[in-house]
Design a protein around this ligand. Structure first.
Ligand SMILES: C[S@@+](CC[C@H](N)C(=O)[O-])C[C@H]1O[C@@H](n2cnc3c(N)ncnc32)[C@H](O)[C@@H]1O
Length: 428
């Protein structure tokens, strides 16, 4: 029988011992391949490989290659076959395979509960009380800098940046100033420069400037010597290692680039230096698209910036980042910008209706008689001040005729008990 007649399969397989990873590969015989995996691991019952998904495809090598490219940041560096696993990413892998033009049919999918195994840093949606009461604790924890050492996942950068009008980049200099290393290969390059290098011509950029920080944790294996990477026009990028340069965003050289060269700043700054970073950025008057903590919206330090229209929400939330060990960690972040969005799909989530029509369970009055509304309900006919959580702000409430009226976090008290942090708004 000619080889070309053999069936071709793509599979996702997982060992019962390593549930934070899975392997994605190709084979002509699923049965034989599974045996090979299990022979490798011996007969131990707790290290059994099982398929999570198998499917027939027309050209397994091509599909496998495309998968590798699509999920480049989710693959282990040493063994290219190993991918990070959790329910979200498993669904993304399956979605990608099934949407591929060479996909023929699914032959197996494990439907029973797949445990979501990720290191939980903080729940995306903390309980109401946690959000209010723990705000200070969370901010203090952040000062310890452990949250600084997260990579932004490439796909998240693509998802957000591709939603802006392409014209904003034309002939502009983009500055990535928080450890946005550019290594010899994609694995040693931060997702921000990677996006701009991949799309440099397409976006019509004039220049890209990225700095590598000399900090203790070397996220991108780029060594402890700080540098400035610059790519201009069609020329190859160059790295310079100025004497006594730390790569810090507040180093005089970085500040000079910010002031004299940058048009748009784009990065994920260190959480522990968040206030310093934002102060410098806002004062610079430059355009920016930045990843930051979603809770900024209800944090006294930031509210003034939202109130004065120096910041507004970008398009997307981010749930996961990567640690230096390339493990997924969960942290509630959002994109923030001062670039006018042509279209905000999230407006649809706002439910601006008369107060009387808001279901009772989503409206209440605190001990001082301030109205609190939830679940994106907004009383369109209410003239007085009322309190909302981060979500309506993220969904564009401040662009729909409402303004923030107090620059401090608002903590409602309900029967003497402090509720979660909010912000006070009013119809303009
Ligand atoms: C959240 S990580 C993001 C890294 C990279 N920008 C990305 O998005 O994948 C923040 C980075 O900023 C670096 N950093 C810490 N202090 C810094 C400073 N003063 N100036 C510039 N970068 C700093 C940290 O070491 C860390 O690599």
């Amino acid at each position: 029988m000619a080889k070309s007649k053999e069936k071709q399969y793509i599979y996702i397989v997982q060992s019962s011992k390593e549930t934070t990873k899975c392997k994605i590969g190709k084979t002509n015989s699923l049965e034989r391949r599974l045996k090979e995996y299990n022979n490798m691991t011996g007969k131990s019952k707790d290290n059994l490989y099982q398929y999570l998904m198998t499917c027939e495809v027309k050209d397994m090598a091509q599909v496998e290659n495309d998968l590798k490219y699509q999920f480049i940041t989710l693959r282990e560096e040493k063994s290219k076959e190993i991918y990070f696993f959790n329910t979200h990413w498993f669904n993304e892998y399956v979605k990608f395979i099934k949407a591929h033009t060479l996909f023929v049919k699914e032959t197996f999918i494990k439907t029973e509960d797949k445990k979501q195994i990720v290191k939980i840093v903080k729940r995306t949606k903390p309980s109401l009380e946690e959000r209010g009461i723990l705000q200070n604790v969370l901010m203090k924890k952040a000062q310890k800098a452990e949250n600084d050492e997260f990579y932004t996942i490439y796909e998240d950068v693509v998802k957000e940046l591709s939603m802006y009008d392409k014209k904003i980049w034309k002939d502009k200099t983009v500055f990535c100033n928080c450890d946005d290393a550019v290594g010899d290969n994609e694995k040693h390059t931060s997702a921000f420069p990677l996006y701009f290098l991949h799309n440099f011509q397409e976006l019509g950029l004039e220049k890209l400037i990225c700095t590598h920080y000399e900090g203790k944790v070397d996220l991108f294996n780029e060594g402890s010597r700080a540098y400035i990477f610059t790519k201009k026009g069609f020329r190859e990028g160059i790295k310079e290692y100025p004497k006594n340069y730390s790569g810090s965003f507040d180093h005089p050289l970085s500040l000079k680039i910010l002031k004299e060269e940058a048009d748009i700043v784009c990065t994920n700054p260190p959480f522990s230096r968040s206030h310093d970073y934002w102060d410098i950025l806002i004062k610079s008057g430059k355009k920016y698209i930045i990843v930051s903590n979603e809770a900024n919206i209800v944090t006294t330090y930031f509210i003034k910036y939202f109130q004065n229209k120096k910041i507004w929400a970008g398009h997307n939330e981010i749930h996961y980042f990567l640690t230096p060990k390339k493990e997924l960690v969960r942290a509630p972040a959002f994109w923030f910008t001062n670039i006018i969005l042509k279209n905000r799909p999230r407006y649809k989530q706002l439910k601006i209706i008369p107060l009387k029509d808001i279901p009772d369970k989503y409206k209440k009055y605190d001990d001082n008689n301030t109205l609190l509304v939830d679940n994106n309900y907004i009383p369109g006919d209410y003239k007085k001040v009322f309190a909302v959580s981060t979500r309506p702000i993220i969904n564009g409430l401040l662009e729909k005729g409402f303004k923030i009226v107090n620059d401090k976090t608002f903590h409602p008290y309900l029967n003497g008990k402090m509720g979660f942090a909010r912000v006070l708004v009013q119809k303009e």
